[in-house]
Design a protein around this ligand. Structure first.
Ligand SMILES: Cc1ncc(COP(=O)(O)O)c(C=O)c1O
Length: 359
């Protein structure tokens, strides 16, 4: 069997969910499990949180169907709403909470004869300018939808653009725009993603939407998971499958892009870009072998990558190599690669087996 596995610590995810609740006592929280629970396996994560989570949030109806298969009764929020009018009926049958973000979605909903009314979350564009009604449009939509037979509950939701950059002025503006609408009658309100849960109490409202923090990665560039008190959920572990003595001046890997500056010992490791490890990871990106860091060298191949173990003389064939995980934060690897932990975690491909630990 190919020695590469993503070990998912479900106890860490439960710990991180409880942590989000402790940040905002008395509030509810939709665990954000879109994109296969950020790569961790949506079925297993939903099962692990069944007794704890107030609800789950997903990006689309296809993802909601999977969550509903695993959990018959939890609230499930469709973060981008319905993409086609025909989806409302299925959403009603599944008992979903549905975002409505523009007039077209609102009118499509009002044109439906549903078997059961839906909990509707009007999405406010409070400044990110990605999805959502402007404040004036939202007032109109509120008037259109309030009391409509298709609507069981009318709620307000918005999303931050820069909550991960602490002190960013846009965040305060977005909170203001949100608060300005609270003269309207809403049953429930939701504004906070992980960064806001952790650092902006004024944004907590009624329902939190923790995503990345559940998986033990940080939303912040300047605060690590350890500093935040979160636990990494995924460890991506490969093995040394080859060791080569490379004389100074010889090159390693495709494109001969890395030249050994000294006589070197190079380990070949069983993980590549077809597993989700970023091909653009530069030489120097850390991996962990027996608790010690070693630098990636040369180009990442489809199924393998190379590591300079000259300074780890005890490293040998068969040793485990942590690409990221409990001992090497995914955020550190992401930073070396010019990206964010979200991308690395959610891009671990289907060919990497997930192994689950309960504790
Ligand atoms: C609308 C919405 N809410 C909440 C989240 C969760 O965000 P985070 O993973 O930063 O906690 C996301 C994720 O992108 C989102 O799109």
């Amino acid at each position: 069997m190919r020695p590469l596995v993503a070990t998912i610590d479900l106890a860490a995810i439960r710990h991180n969910y409880a942590f989000s609740q402790r940040c905002a006592p008395g509030r509810y929280a939709f665990a954000v499990v879109k994109a296969n629970a950020y790569g961790h396996g949506v079925r297993e994560v939903v099962e692990a949180l069944a007794a704890q989570a107030d609800g789950f949030a997903v990006a689309c109806l296809e993802e909601a169907l999977v969550v509903r298969e695993v959990n018959a009764s939890a609230r499930i929020l469709l973060l981008e709403g319905c993409f086609e009018a025909s989806e409302y009926q299925l959403a009603a049958q599944l008992g979903l909470d549905v975002v409505v973000q523009d007039a077209a979605q609102a009118e499509a909903l009002l044109a439906c004869a549903l078997t059961a009314p839906l909990r509707v979350w009007l999405k406010l564009d409070s400044g990110m300018h990605r999805l959502g009604f402007s404040p004036e449009q939202l007032r109109e939509a509120h008037e259109r939808l309030q009391g409509a037979p298709q609507v069981a509950e009318l709620n307000l939701l918005s999303h931050f653009a820069c909550a991960d950059e602490r002190g960013h002025p846009l965040t305060e503006q977005q909170v203001e725009v949100f608060l300005d609408l609270l003269d309207l009658d809403f049953a429930q309100r939701s504004l906070a993603n992980s960064a806001a849960i952790l650092c902006i109490p004024a944004a907590h409202m009624d329902w939190l939407r923790p995503g990345i923090m559940l998986y033990g990665a940080t939303p912040f560039a300047d605060l690590s998971v350890a500093e935040l008190g979160l636990q990494a959920a995924m460890s991506l572990t490969a093995q040394i499958i080859g060791v080569h003595e490379v004389p100074a001046g010889d090159t390693v890997g495709y494109g001969a892009s890395w030249t050994a500056p000294r006589d070197s010992r190079i380990a070949t490791v069983s993980c590549g870009y077809a597993d989700g490890y970023p091909r653009h990871a530069p030489s120097g990106t850390p991996v962990l072998i027996a608790g010690q860091r070693a630098p990636l060298v040369g180009r990442v191949s489809m199924d393998m990558l190379s590591v300079d173990v000259t300074d780890l003389p005890q490293a040998q064939l068969g040793d485990a190599v942590e690409l990221w995980g409990a001992q090497l934060p995914v955020d550190e690897v992401a930073q070396a690669c010019g990206t964010i932990g979200y991308e690395l975690l959610s891009k671990v491909t289907a060919r990497v087996p997930r192994r689950y630990r309960q504790s």
